[in-house]
Write a protein that binds this ligand. Sequence first.
Ligand code: IVH
Length: 666
Amino acid sequence: MDIKEEIARLRSELNAHNIRYYIENSPSISDREFDEMMHRLEKLEQEYPQYDDPLSPTHRVGSDLGGGFAQAAHIYPMLSLANTYSIEDVDKWVDRVESALAGQESVMVGEMKFDGSGISLIYEHGRLVRAVTRGDGEKGDVVTDNIKTIRSIPLVLSGDDYPDFFEIRGEIVLPWKSFERLNAERAFNEEPLFANPRNAAAGTLKLLNPAEVSRRGLDAYFYYLLGENLPYDNHYDNMMAARRWGFKVSDAMTLLHNLKEVDAYINHWDSARRELPVATDGLVFKINSLRQQLNLGHTAKSPRWAIAYKFKAERAATPLRYVSFDVGRMGIITPVANLEPVLLSGTIVKRASLHNEDIMRSLDIHEGDTLYVEKGGEIIPKITGVDIEKRRADAPAVRFVTTCPACGTPLVRVEGEAAWVCPNRWGCPPQITGRVEHFVGRRMMNIDGIGEETSDVLFSTGLVKDIADIYDLTEQALMKLERFGPRSAERVMEGIESSKSVPFERVLYALSIPYVGETTARKIARTVKDIDTLMAMPAEELEAIEDVGPRIAESIIDYFASAENREIVERLRAAGVQLALSEENARATSDKLKDKAIVISGVFTHHSRDEYKSLIEANGGRNVSGISKKTDFVLAGENMGPSKLEKAQKLGIPIIDEDTFLGMLE
Ligand code: IVH
């Protein structure tokens, strides 16, 4: 076969497999076969650059290029939807529409209202040419490079009945699973959490680094086709055509013929939406006939042919006990509302973060207030307001602390950020113990036997005042502590010893350099290879590393500018901690298990559990402890625990043996 033809065939097959995988959820080939085809295509495109195509499936990974976003005007303005919270209002809208249409029969389409970020895509001759955010409705940001990383968006369309030129609108969403993973990572790195998937999706779309966009796992649902030559005269058939061309159109989209069906649709989805993989904040009803839509027209803000029915968020009211202020390992102060326990969507809520001073102030909380709590994004409880009627007349407003609640140092506010910080890095107990806890954590140095309580004891007895002190601990010193016996002291000493072989990338993460999270640390370690090079790097060179922007570069420079930190590094070096990437580590890395959550269970023959753990991490995956819906697969040896086995089978999680696993990494 001629090269050009082979390239074309690979592209179209990969596009078709993408649709089967990301849209239809029914892949027909293994991931491995898919990767092989992709590699073959990559290779051919490299060898024959004359046949390259910016819309080839190989270009979905995203590059680091790009500055700010250009703006583009929408061809048709992006309107919003009239909203209601009651079924009666929806019924009234149906009546209104029918009388405006002078008694003509009208069919409606019911669909989900996806809670993400609106997007407009333009296709010419079946190829994606531009993606623009909603912006102010008239014009938005051109985010084509970021959009291209979303695997469920077709870059080149299937079939042949699409118009030469059309626009399609939809919603960019961050599925719950990706949202939870992103926030867990951010919590771990003490970065501000996203309040809900909508903010996370909008924030992600505006990132200047498409590679990071790709990593976060966005998805997209489409609900509106616009253009001069649409294939059908009604919305529903057009959307079904769009589905054939490769767009993800929700299965919930359905034709409704009368009020009874509309009401039943609402009643069904009011609860069934909780099972969906993405956030929805309501339903949308649209008149199906495009001719009738045209007759009904629109107001300045929204079309008369559509209405949104919004779901009520689950909310509870509960008295505030007090506001506490937590001090994190980076010194950031987080206000927390401590509540009278209350049941909300199945779990008991007692504490809810108030995030920072600005958010706390905008809520205007007074002592003894009754607060409204919602499950923001249905998982993280969120304070959404105050029941003013229940406020005592003389209740004083709750104020943000001005000094550190742990050490009394006056707080400082970092320029350009909402956070107050305790600057007493070397003397503030929760910062020190927080750094020690982070350092010994499983994903960092993995020193067993030192948890929250032990690090408090080690600090209060003066044994550990910084992370390097850990390497001066002796079995005798530990044995003198109340909670230690010979066995537990020995276990800690063993953990300390084996931490000396933890690879450099994890050591770098363990240091608690502000803004340097797990992924960033890995990228830095793999790029610079050793700490001495890193310590000598000027900002420009740091910023050339993938994922490192000016803020992270400055933070790294600040960190190593401190004499205390440099001394810690020297003491870690003297103790034998890995401060350079070993040959083996520098080599055996890949993205083959990127974003995969993997449980290890059982006894193995080829490698130890720890070695498998390192292998998973070196290939971009995560080793997680418990099996849940979010687990991608179980790496199982002999004698996998029966309860784990049962759970994996119940949830339909694949169980992979050692040899298959090693084959995946080859
Ligand atoms: S139709 C002219 N359908 O909600 C009407 N919008 O409040 C165009 N949205 O900006 C929108 N799901 O970002 C439509 N099934 C759906 C939707 C939907 C979510 C968003 C969209 C729009 C906003 C309007």
